[in-house]
Design a protein around this ligand. Structure first.
Ligand SMILES: Nc1ncnc2c1ncn2[C@@H]1O[C@H](COP(=O)(O)OP(=O)(O)OP(=O)(O)O)[C@@H](O)[C@H]1O
Ligand SMILES: [Mg+2]
Length: 253
């Protein structure tokens, strides 16, 4: 692991009126780590992801990525630098094919660089890169299908393919397992395990079995504040965490 974290957050704060959703938050994610962020409903997890991806402006604090301060960069500029959020399902273009959805993400990353190719060669290059991302998530055999016809779990896979197709180094995944059935979630957990070999991942997830199986470290957010960060085994036994969060699942763990 490199000495310098890939993602570094300091003193991040955000309020919606009187409601503090991010309260002096800090985080260091080393290259190659899968860092899970857990916390009760309304703790501010999604608001945090929005601030990291650049779709929500923070009131204060700094976000550094690959050694550069990105706090004031737009979402598009952050994607160009390798920071990608798994897009919400609503952003999948349901009427377009799986391949077209993914090729658009490749194009967004490469900007004008494909202009130097002849149109046919440029399209082939786009499609090759999109197919590589689809193969990575196991959707290559669905490439020609209409995105709207995919199952819920396959749409989650497509969202991840789209994030990969932007050339991301760091993936921000907000509840990828939400609403999936047992088989779909097993498949997505295996996919995330495989992605760990090549990507740094910040994972928000309520499924504690998945979190404890996948995460290198876990941070616990309660009312916008970080109350603990540690290895899964430490978090599982942390008394403050159990009271604030895991307690609601009983003493089974
Ligand atoms: N744009 C907004 N304006 C006002 N309040 C908001 C806004 N977005 C979120 N909130 C509130 O901020 C708090 C944190 O919301 P957030 O979605 O970040 O929580 P969360 O941890 O992701 O919850 P969940 O586990 O349910 O997804 C909630 O009380 C929510 O109602
Ligand atoms: Mg949320």
């Amino acid at each position: 692991m490199s000495a310098r974290p890939l993602l570094s957050v300091r003193g991040l704060s955000k309020s919606f009126g009187a409601l503090k959703v991010t309260d002096d938050f800090h985080l260091d994610v080393p290259d190659g780590e899968l860092h899970a962020i857990i916390g009760p409903n309304g703790a501010g997890k999604t608001s945090l992801i929005h601030q990291l991806s650049g779709s929500l402006k923070s009131d204060g604090g700094t976000i550094s990525f690959a050694g550069k301060d990105i706090t004031r960069l737009s979402m598009v500029e952050r994607v160009r630098r390798g920071l990608a959020r798994s897009f919400q399902i609503t952003s999948i273009l349901e009427g377009f094919s799986v391949l077209e959805n993914t090729a658009l993400a490749v194009q967004a990353r490469s900007g004008s660089s494909f202009r130097f190719f002849a149109p046919a060669a440029s399209e082939a290059a786009l499609n090759d890169q999109a197919m590589a991302a689809l193969a990575r998530v196991g959707l290559d055999d669905r490439a020609e299908r209409r995105a709207g016809s995919l199952s819920h779990g396959e749409k989650r896979q497509l969202e991840i393919a789209i994030a990969l197709a932007t050339g991301a180094r760091l993936l921000l995944l907000d509840e990828p397992l939400a609403g999936t059935g047992h088989e779909e979630s097993t498949l997505l957990v295996e996919l995330m395990r495989a992605l760990k070999a090549t990507h740094t991942i910040v994972l928000i997830e309520h499924d504690m079995d998945a979190v404890f199986a996948l995460a290198d470290r876990v941070s616990v957010l309660v009312s916008g504040r970080l109350i603990a960060t540690g290895a899964p085994a430490e978090i599982r036994t942390d008394s403050q965490v159990r009271v604030a969060y895991l307690g609601e699942e009983g003493a089974a763990a």
